[in-house]
Design a protein around this ligand. Sequence first.
Ligand code: ADP
Ligand code: ZN
Length: 734
Amino acid sequence: MERVFAEGDRVGVLLTEPLGRSLSGTLDYRAPEGGCGTGDFVEVPLGPRRMVGVVWGPGDGSFDMARLRPVTRVLDARPMRAELRAFLTRAADYTLTPLPAMLRLATRAPGLGESAGMRRVYRLSGPAPNKLTDARLRVLEALRGFGGAAVTLGEICDAAGCTSSVVKGLVKAGVIAEEDAPRDLPYPDLNPAAAKVQLMGEQIAAAAALTAAVAQGNYGTTLLKGVTGSGKTEVYLEAVAECLRHGRQALVLLPEIALTAEFLTRVEARFGARPAEWHSGVTQTERRRLWRMLGEGSAQMVVGARSALFLPFQHLGLIVVDEEHDTSYKQEEGVLYNARDMAVLRAAICGAQVVLASATPSLESWVNAEQGKYTRLDLGARFGTAELPEMRAIDMRDERLPANRWISEPLAEAVKARQALGEQSLLFLNRRGYAPVTICRACGHQVGCDDCDARMVEHRFLKRLVCHQCGASKPVPDTCPSCGVAGRMAPVGPGVERLAEEVAERFPEARVAILSSDLFGSARALKEQIESIAAGGAEIIIGTQIVAKGHNFPLLTLVGVIDADLGLQGSDLRAAERTFQLMRQVAGRAGRAGNRRGLALLQSHQPDHPVIRAILGGDEEAFWKAEADERRAAGVPPYGRMAGIILSGPDVAQVFDFGAELARLDGPLRRIGAQLYGPAPAPIARVRGRHRVRLLIKADKLAPIQAAVSEWLSQVKPPNAVRIAVDIDPQSFL
Ligand code: ADP
Ligand code: ZN
């Protein structure tokens, strides 16, 4: 029941900024003239400022009624539903995040509360004149990039990097039309009956199971496991269709923005119209529109990044998490949450179905299915005649390559063979830049970041050394910063840019494309590159892990993994799982078109390593079982629970002292049987000038770890300069 408050009643308002003096996170105000209700978005005074918040319930009485200030106004936005408020509360409890910070994730809408009116928009309307200034060219390019959509002046200027006078000039010249349009147009209707693809075999049964679950209208999670190309997308789009038939809203989460364009086209093919989009590349105008339309229940389907989980759906019926194993679902900055797990939480609260789709599920999901918490559906074969690629290792111990070469003879031969057939090869190396290390041949000094405990990576494309921790960069030094000797600085090891040099030498006539996230200024540029490759624009593709994420290159029949051992080093508890997933995903890029079987060649110095053998052997269930057994024996996730505590501060001794103090006060942790490790310097011991110290908590699967951790941390106040980040279910241990 939503409570309604009469004018003057005491209400508790949750703001989007943590306030030290309020324990509950809410502040008391008086209800304004006309009253207000729970869930209302309101503007309130805070000191001299005005802030936006949400009426969370009755006030807690902590403030003298006589001095209570009234709510300034109730905003013209659909009130936040009880379901979303419950989700935020539980997500905050789970991740040990202050509720205001959680609310901030759910209020990222520009112009919230502005009334819906008209706005001035611009679109291309006439042919471009022959002679154009640079700025004018950029404006036209930006407008074309928006795909014919009408956009605001600010959006054009941002995209084109120009002033408004350039746009106005083009309006005068008749090239751009300026008009008033209603804000926030509804989205076109998606038609669930517009199917063109006829499902086959296992796909039919899987789709039937999913649609039946959606039709039930209650909570449930299904792991949809199928090799790349088996038709998982086609199958879960049927679940979306069923959801739409029931008048409920569907959300599809994708791990990578660059994948959305291709996906939207598929949705359009399936439903006859495009769904709404939500990610960092979406314009402010579109964000605002989506917010409004969701509130009115007229956006039927949203395709988005993890933050779309916090949107104000009115009757969410289905959440699909595509490539559910992808580590980018874990937000590693600010609020630390795993979108896959939060999707399950939100669905459980609002009675929706969840589909977790992957060719290589996370061990967490695999175990949940094994234990019957999730339903599991398998698609075993590739659609049509397409077969899974053949996989082989190349034993690099026999290859004796010179120090600055990374492509073995057998791999080079295989590439040449594909070239002769007009097919594509992918050389996979999960390392951005030119060389991971720059070393002085005179003294052995390795160039590091000034502010981080990290070596700087040479990026020849940028002509600089870049820190992958903080983004700082500096020119490649000619003299050694340590010994002062000139002309002896040398790159060591390969990155994709260096690999490209070797490819250019060995295959001088080949058309080569590099796919690495840092080489593209924008998501649009990356998308264009991907489309051009898919159309056959390159014979050899050199790529980092972004190529592993579901792009479809029909001409690609060979995948060469330059260093299959790369992920096996290190002590990360998921190293084996990650390598297995990544290698199988990358290999799965080969031979998707169906007329020719793909081949994956893994260059390895340890081809007998159990993980490499498992990858080649292809017995996935055996791999997961073995991996699960090891985790169970070690009592680590998914069989045990962990929380990481990262302390950071400018003064290393102060950070350690505080860590040691916390370790001494471990009573609350011991009481739940948890073990505490550390404090220890984090593997990356310094980032942006702050020293980092880690503590790790290991507990039983069922132990109330959140309650214990928050009791433990509440015992002492950290020194002002020391920050605490709590990471429940950590994925990264750096
Ligand atoms: P996944 O999501 O498992 O990688 P997709 O759903 O993308 O697989 O399917 C792979 C390709 O096969 C896509 O181009 C898809 O359109 C096509 N496909 C899958 N199933 C069918 C079907 N039953 N009829 C026609 N095309 C299909
Ligand atoms: Zn740095």
